[in-house]
Design a protein around this ligand. Sequence first.
Ligand code: TNX
Length: 493
Amino acid sequence: MLSIIPQPLQVTHDEHAAVFPLGSALVLTADTDAERSVGRLAAQRLGRAAETGPLAHVTPGERDLAAPTVVLVLDPAAGPEGSTHPERYSLVVTGEEVVVSAAEPAGLQLGVSTLRQLVTTDAAGRAVVPAVVVHDAPRYGWRGLSFDLSRHFFRVEQLERVVDLLVDYKLNVLHLHLTDDQGWRIESPSRPELAKEGSTWEIGDGPGGYLSVLEFDQLQDYAAERFVAIVPEIDVPGHINAATHVYGDLNPDGKPTDEYRGMEVGFSKLTYDLPATEPFLRDVFSDIAAITRGEHVHIGGDEVFTMDPAEFAKFVELCERVVLDAGKKVVAWQEAAHADVRPGTLIQFWDTNKKDHAPFLRAATEEGARFIMSPGNRAYLDMKYTADYALGQDWAGLVEVHDAYDWDPETVIAGMPAEAIEGVEAAIWTETLSTLDEVFEMLLPRLPAVAEVAWTDPARKDWASFRARVAVEAASWRREGRAFHASPQVVWS
Ligand code: TNX
């Protein structure tokens, strides 16, 4: 069995043909900046998989014709017959050569992710790749993970390990939940006191922390080189205690609120009619838009339990306007669909406990909204695997690997038109997760399951095959030092 996650559109495998000797191969790209960067990273990743140390990366003038070569080449004809998807790629492996072709540099990296998963060892213990032909393209263009930095803070180096994981499973969005009741985790240049005074605690007794603009930039560089977009979220008008702690004038009584180290949600909020509120929103959303390289900014909007709908709508309208004026597109949690969101805004669906929401979510699509699907009972990877699992929460239900795998974004909301779905995001909330090991234990093996939902044509999905394929990946998790949960639903080989 060839083990590739997410399952590609087309795979053919010749078991009798010669295998490719990866351990002694060169990686060849053209001599443009983008291709050199893809080649250098590919040489590192493939070398780790082959356990040889980085492969040599060469450009045409340096090619050694005698050496087995992994050729990365841009070619508009790459991908499945007739596909025009910008991320399409093909991978052809013979005994002499590997050719990864793609329409764009991002597709070359996707092909390398597939190649990396095909590395095995032959009888002599050498790293080899079987003879295959793969033609592939994704179902959705937005394939992400939402990561909560507020409840527990994680440093750039840790977030880079998460980006590496996304790349392995062809995910291309890292959404950072940067602010909440338990801490403000991003420097806002026009309001330096916000992160300085609003980030010094977290849940439990850890020290908290925040990303400086420089660190945020370092992460964006790292992610951009790997074709992962960073989508920052400033969550308003609820989940705002870190800011109301720093600025008493955001509160009706003028007094700063206390630091909050608990796990409750829904108790904090802004007040639209206070004089300090609009300048605060303008500053933080202009700042985040200015330091963000990607196209999107997330304005939050979830779980404001005690605000009248007219006031809530004013918040959504103002934040949308500030973000759009700054040249970015808007993402918001599903509650924002209660306000009049503008066409082009992406709505992130999450709350699978709420009933009877289908009509108004469908109505939002008629106004031009598109959806990112993060159903809590499928894609919230902070949910416990089983009732007695030590980590995680269970408000959306228990999410075993099969639950994370066996769903279709198109049928989550009754009557939602398929064209309204932009993509899929898993989410990891960190109330109960304070170390990267704990985070990885919740992500693996469920994130690859959600990745297959986001990438693979439903006709090509197959649970029996997934539970065996995902086991093959455990060797790479061990090699990369990634913790994982040995779920009994997986056929560990
Ligand atoms: C719901 S999802 C929340 C978060 C919590 C999460 C815990 C969403 C938009 N709001 O504030 O951290 O549940 O699972």
